[in-house]
Design a protein around this ligand. Sequence first.
Ligand code: G3H
Length: 388
Amino acid sequence: MAGTGLFAEILDGDVYKYYADGEWKKSSSAKTVAIINPTTRKTQYKVQACTQEEVNKVMESAKTAQKSWAKTPLWKRAELLHKAAAILKEHKAPIAECLVKEIAKPAKDAVTEVVRSGDLVSYTAEEGVRILGEGKFLVSDSFPGNERTKYCLTSKIPLGVILAIPPFNYPVNLAVSKIAPALIAGNSLVLKPPTQGAVSALHMVHCFHLAGFPKGLISCVTGKGSEIGDFLTMHPGVNCISFTGGDTGIAISKKAGMVPLQMELGGKDACIVLEDADLDLVAANIIKGGFSYSGQRCTAVKVVLVMESVADGCVFTKDVNKAILISDAMETGTVQINSAPARGPDHFPFQGLKDSGIGSQGVTNSINMMTKIKSTVINLPTPSYTMG
Ligand code: G3H
């Protein structure tokens, strides 16, 4: 059960603690934020209302912890992530229980979210070992006017402290989709969970705590957006923001300053139905795409455009050539052919255009986004050409 057994230490009376410096803590504010169960409309949980001073401390610890973490071998970072993934999946039941009570996610979907999250963490660990273990070697004589007197070695290095802000509808999955890439790449991570979904997120963070990550590397601060929202997103200690949500992301991007941003702000998700579509497939996907999880998905179908001749039934198409032509012509980040819109599987690139988002998600893209390139150039006294 949530808040019991292995999770008892994250709860103080009837208030969930926040996570900083490798410990579960009570806020000095002595204030709490209530989480309403959407089904009963009563207070289900309470979390700490953290203060700006506590955010400052978290940022300091995150900065210090990141310096050592960046020197932790890649295989070891991956090993810890695999451990966290296993703990997360082992404890899917209490976390799913929180998802049901906090955000009214259907019970089966709640379990799926946790299992999917564990798989995402493991996949990220494996992908990170592969892509971060490689760099580039460039020679200077490929550019006009140069002989081979310079060797350039490039590697991917961490950005520093990543601020992760996931939305209420996937408070576990869209948190780990930020946490795992940040950590494998050698960053530290500060999580600000949504209020509805905060307790699910705190349970998930405890799985990372139990896996044994160094103290200060991961923090989770809860509280009122009005008190710590802008303070977090404009904090000078933040080196990158990964946000999923709505228009708030546009406001954040205007205030954030010179830090890389990964923003997923939802979309319009139109379905286009051509004359030759399999109408049974279309109907099933539009219903699933529009109404699953009460339509509370950024990828939910919002608009259906149907060729008049099949308007009584409903899309897609069996003609792959037409599908590609339409896909190419559309100004959109992601096109699904013959299925409702979806983000997953979680390693697929997922992105929007214009106000729909900045950057691209998916495991590989998130790892790359949370790193920058460092070049080291070796200058030779005379040109040297490697012989076979
Ligand atoms: O709500 C936004 C999510 O990224 C949608 O994810 O397509 O897996 O439901 P999903």
